[in-house]
Design a protein around this ligand. Structure first.
Ligand SMILES: [Ca+2]
Ligand SMILES: [Ca+2]
Ligand SMILES: [Ca+2]
Length: 467
């Protein structure tokens, strides 16, 4: 407890600040908005209350999945590669990466149905379409500026939980969820499949010029524009020794190996076409996501696609200027006259990109470098009662020390950009305080997906009122 208090005090003394921005990372850049199956929406990294010796990560893709979108329901793309990266030294380069590749099989190509009614398991022939995945661990070492990668295939042919089509097709959808939870020999727990989008935000108000429905404060009446929509998620629970610098468990908050930085990316193959013949080239990164909202509202339109292609170790050089002088602060001042500091926001750089000293800053690195990773101190005990505003509300187990599913990053960002940590406390918020569905207390934590049968919004045609 004392350590926690010290950390909280250190944090406030350092005028800690949090990221800027407004809707996590759904359709955040022009290029990736045209390629939803490769589009990262959110990355979460935290210590789960029921798994204190492990790093828990949830990485989500495919924004705004309409549950009823059949017969070709949403899925991971067999032609892309999906990554979760961990940096345990603080330089913004990955030290351990987990790579996911997918393969879809159609059992009966003469049927248009994804599954026949009553399908109840991955081996049930009534399940006509099944997607499976392999996971490869990459360990990176850097010598003379070169990245040497050692690969190990951890598992192949693991099943992806299918899209939740409806109660007639899948009377016991949760059976698929249980069967999709896998434990690897090294103690890693895995789940891959469709879930409810855990992000909550009044998108309509936010991008209508931050048209907060009750701008004097966070007084409710917001609309969770992502409610009822699903995403595809990879959830991993990794024993600490698999991700730390010295390959040992973390002994406490001040341990030298305690902080890790997490982000996710997607890659596609280059395609070269000449003389009417296509040829596949190497893999290229097309999307990435560390802290929420950075590419949304910090990076200007002209740089958003470049941001998705570059790596965190180059963030300070390429994008530092947009964080130090965030456009959002000026926008908030114009709209609401909140008195947000508009220049020299090194407080934001520290909180989001460098880490808070004594809490989630990597130890033993010079600078420290400003890199867009979610930095989580694995020695921070989970909160007995989570506060949605995380560190700025004194809950040091929350954002930006990692990111939990329930952290209200929209409100945190609005308040921090307005100057919360410089004493300018404006109770800004979008009026949406939590997800539309409760999270689970156990793995895989994210709420179950809305089914196609229950898809909304939709208008029920009343009897006798057919058009
Ligand atoms: Ca590194
Ligand atoms: Ca939701
Ligand atoms: Ca909110």
């Amino acid at each position: 407890m004392r350590k926690l208090l010290l950390a909280a005090a250190a944090m406030l003394a350092c005028a800690l600040v949090v990221p800027l921005a407004l809707s996590s990372s759904h359709r955040e850049a022009p290029g990736i908005a045209l390629d939803p199956s490769a589009d990262n929406t959110d990355t979460y990294a935290w210590t789960a209350a029921d798994a204190p010796g492990a790093l828990t990560v949830a990485a989500n893709w495919i924004p705004g999945e309409v549950p009823a979108n059949g017969p070709n329901f949403h899925s991971f793309d067999d032609r892309a590669r999906y990554y979760i990266h961990v940096d345990n030294t603080g330089d913004g380069r990955p030290d351990v990466s987990y790579r996911f590749s997918f393969k879809t099989k159609v059992r009966n190509k003469n049927s248009f149905l994804y599954a026949l009614p009553g399908a109840n398991g991955f081996d049930d022939p009534k399940l006509n379409v099944i997607q499976r995945y392999s996971v490869v661990r990459e360990r990176h070492s850097y010598r003379h500026g070169r990245d040497r990668v050692k690969e190990k295939t951890l598992a192949r042919g693991l099943p992806v939980a299918p899209p939740n089509i409806g109660p007639k097709t899948f009377p016991s959808y949760d059976n698929f969820v249980s069967a999709a939870i896998r434990s690897l020999r090294d103690g890693t727990k895995l789940f891959v499949g469709q879930r409810d989008d855990p992000f909550f935000v009044d998108l309509g108000a936010t991008f209508d010029g931050i048209n907060l429905r009750k701008p004097t404060g966070n007084q409710g009446e917001g609309k969770d524009d992502l409610s009822g929509y699903n995403i595809h998620s990879i959830v991993m629970q990794l024993p600490e020794r698999l991700v730390t610098r010295d390959r040992k468990a973390v002994s406490g908050l001040e341990a030298a190996n305690a902080v890790v930085g997490v982000w996710s990316t997607t890659e596609r193959r280059r395609l070269q076409v000449s003389g009417g013949r296509g040829r596949h080239g190497g893999w290229v990164q097309v999307s990435r996501l560390g802290n929420p909202l950075v590419n949304e509202v910090v990076i200007p339109l002209g740089k958003k696609d470049q941001f998705n292609r570059t790596t965190p170790d180059r963030d300070a050089a390429l994008y530092g200027q947009y964080v130090v002088k965030p456009e959002l602060a000026a926008v908030l001042n114009t709209l609401f006259s909140v008195g947000a500091p508009e220049d020299n926001r090194t407080d934001i750089v520290q909180a989001v990109l460098q880490g808070i000293p004594g809490l989630n800053q990597h130890s033993g690195v010079k600078g420290p470098p400003a890199v867009d990773t979610i930095k989580v101190n694995l020695g921070t005990p989970p909160a007995s009662s989570e506060n949605r505003l995380g560190v700025i509300a004194g809950d040091t187990a929350g954002y930006p020390n990692g990111r939990r599913l329930g952290d209200d990053v929209v409100d945190i960002d609005l308040q921090v950009v307005a100057g919360f940590l410089k004493g300018n406390k404006v109770p800004l918020g979008d009026g949406v305080d939590r997800n539309d569905k409760p999270f689970l207390a156990m793995f895989p934590y994210l709420a179950g997906p809305t089914s196609g049968f229950d898809s909304a919004p939709s208008t029920r045609v009343e009897p006798g009122h057919a058009p």
